[in-house]
Design a protein around this ligand. Structure first.
Ligand code: GAR
Length: 205
């Protein structure tokens, strides 16, 4: 199968990025990680990319008064590396219509809660503080809302009596690392069909 060129947007540690790189290197995910872009200079994910010979680019938010101008700088990098699919792996900035319209249905995000519950920047904290008995993660297409796009896959993280926030989050992250590559693979295989809010997963040919 032809590999899909992906560009990964990050803001932080990049453990999801690592799971994607590892699965791609193992031959379990038909992607070429063409570039990794961070809006934070110190994001450890940039180091992870470099260790694997992947172009790692810091695109500073400062210096761009408008979000759209910052996105233009990101688009410049994505174009340079012929990115077909944008993967948001812990990218903590909302994307605007400017970039979304250009990559319509070609941007996917992972969120650390079962959407539509607990959107925003602290899915684990919000779910934990609310006291839910079941949480998880959601991989979805990105639209102009905050974590509102059509859902591709969700992973389930039941809360145990003995859980601490740390154990809850740690188990949740391990689930993310399994579910995100699975969703990316479905995309690469052309098996995701968006029908309104619903994403139908087509059978393998
Ligand atoms: C992950 O838990 C991801 O779901 C979350 O940030 C973390 C990044 O971890 N994303 C969001 O909250 C987006 N709103 P990582 O850098 O170790 O992959």
């Amino acid at each position: 199968m032809k590999k899909t060129n992906i560009g990964v947007l990050i803001s932080g540690s990049g453990t999801n990025l690592q799971s994607i790189i590892d699965k791609a290197e193992a031959g379990d995910l038909p992607v070429n990680v063409a570039c990794v872009i961070s809006d934070r200079e110190k994001a450890y994910g940039l180091e992870r990319a470099k260790k694997h010979g992947i172009p790692a680019v810091f695109v500073d938010r400062k210096g761009y008064a408008l979000r759209e101008a910052h996105e233009d700088a990101i688009i410049g990098v994505l174009d340079k590396y012929n990115v077909e699919l944008i993967v948001c792996a812990g990218y903590m900035r909302l994307l605007t219509h400017h970039i979304i319209s250009r990559y319509r249905n070609r941007i996917i995000n992972i969120h650390p809660a079962l959407l539509p519950s607990f959107p925003g920047t602290d899915g684990y904290g919000d779910a934990w503080r609310y006291g839910v008995k079941v949480s998880g993660c959601t991989v979805h297409f990105v639209d102009e809302g905050c974590d509102t796009g059509p859902i591709i896959l969700q992973g389930i993280n039941p809360v145990d009596n003995d859980d601490t926030f740390e154990s809850f989050r740690e188990r949740g992250l391990a689930i993310e690392h399994r579910v995100f590559p699975e969703a990316i693979k479905l995309y690469c295989e052309g098996r995701l069909k968006i029908e309104g809010r619903r994403v139908r997963i087509l059978d393998k040919e």
